[in-house]
Design a binder for this molecule. Structure first.
Ligand SMILES: NC(=O)c1ccc[n+]([C@@H]2O[C@H](COP(=O)([O-])OP(=O)(O)OC[C@H]3O[C@@H](n4cnc5c(N)ncnc54)[C@H](OP(=O)(O)O)[C@@H]3O)[C@@H](O)[C@H]2O)c1
Length: 313
């Protein structure tokens, strides 16, 4: 193993022979992290699910030492601060939110760079609002427009955008943008559950991500060794809230009268503290690399069919 002085000063760079197939997973206990655990288990790949309580991976030195010892071939960062039950909670816990979403990725980048560990970071599509000026979907070329720079965003979105900025020059790093995850499992974090449970809904247009397709597509980036960089990882197309409600009704999973706010102003005054991101995104860059996701309406229908089958079994 050779050792060089790195541009980080005290940190050294190690040329390491990475062990084949061993994966590091940060934040594996979370909603997205559990989907990665499932994927890696199904693939039969050895992985280490790191938890802060057991190994404080938020400390550069601790993570660097662990990486030097275990030499994983790849690291997945599914750790971050989301705010529960929703992003409004981030407005009153800003230090933790900023740390989890902006400081932590910078620290992981430092540890990965010092050990030559390639890695992927779970970012979010919530750093955009609306569509491009010509009405088309945002691509990875478009600068985020729902950030602290525009002063129009939630604190959560601002920190997620900062998290991408700190990784602008990160080495051997994928930035994967997840957007409103859903699947067939009832969970307060699942978009479909949210629509079925919320008393009143906001009509909006969004690109969204089937959670298990998201984790599979992101891991495929590493498996296929496509170019590092930013990727929108959403199911092709976009849907309105009422379109999804129609699909829920059509499936028979949850029959009720769905009520809608008359507009965003009513939603903000009655149900929210922080502004929400609603946006449409293109996943064409990923598809160009041969990683294709199911068109969004088909993916929702499939999730609802599986949901119904599970409920009635
Ligand atoms: N869920 C969504 O709707 C959604 C949408 C788009 C993007 N994302 C992004 O996906 C990532 C994972 O989200 P998730 O929904 O899986 O979150 P989650 O369920 O809250 O899990 C996140 C995990 O991150 C770890 N963590 C590390 N530092 C943290 C900190 N400062 N504060 C809180 N948790 C911290 C925790 O694991 P340990 O303590 O066990 O280490 C926690 O279990 C986040 O970066 C999030 O921004 C989520």
């Amino acid at each position: 193993m050779s050792e060089n002085q790195s541009r980080h000063g005290a940190t050294k760079v190690f040329n390491i022979n990475h062990s084949k197939n061993m994966i590091y997973l940060l934040g594996g206990s979370g909603y997205v992290g559990q989907a990665y655990q499932k994927l890696l288990s199904e693939k039969g790949l050895p992985f280490k699910n790191l938890k802060r309580a057991q190994l404080d991976y938020t400390e550069v030195e601790t993570l660097t030492e662990a990486l030097k010892k275990d030499r994983p071939e790849f690291l997945i960062n599914a750790a971050g601060y989301t705010g529960k039950p929703n992003v409004d909670a981030c407005e009153s816990d800003k230090a933790n939110c900023l740390f989890g979403n902006a400081v932590l990725p910078a620290r992981i980048a430092e540890a990965c760079e010092a050990t030559n560990t390639p890695w992927g970071h779970v970012s979010s599509g919530c750093i955009y609002t609306g569509a491009r000026e010509d009405g088309t979907e945002f691509t990875e070329e478009d600068a985020p427009n729902f950030t602290f720079r525009q002063n129009n965003c939630s604190f959560y979105s601002g920190t997620k955008a900062l998290g991408e900025e700190v990784l602008d020059s990160a080495k051997d790093c994928y930035i994967w943008r997840l957007r409103i995850p859903f699947d067939h499992n009832e969970s307060p974090r699942n978009y479909l559950t949210k629509l079925m449970r919320y008393q009143t809904l906001l009509e909006a247009e969004n690109s969204i991500s089937q959670l298990h397709e998201f984790v599979a597509a992101t891991f495929a980036c590493w498996e296929k060794h496509i170019a590092y960089g930013k990727y929108n990882v959403t199911n092709p197309g976009y849907v309105t809230t009422s379109q999804v409600v129609d699909l829920i009704l059509e499936s028979g999973v949850c029959k009720k009268d769905y009520a809608f706010f008359s507009d965003e102003r009513e939603f903000m005054s009655k149900a929210a503290i922080a502004p929400r991101s609603n946006c449409i995104m293109s996943s064409a860059k990923l598809a160009k690399e041969g990683i294709e996701m199911t068109p969004v309406v088909e993916a929702i229908r499939t999730a609802l069919v599986a949901w119904k089958a599970e409920v009635s079994s």
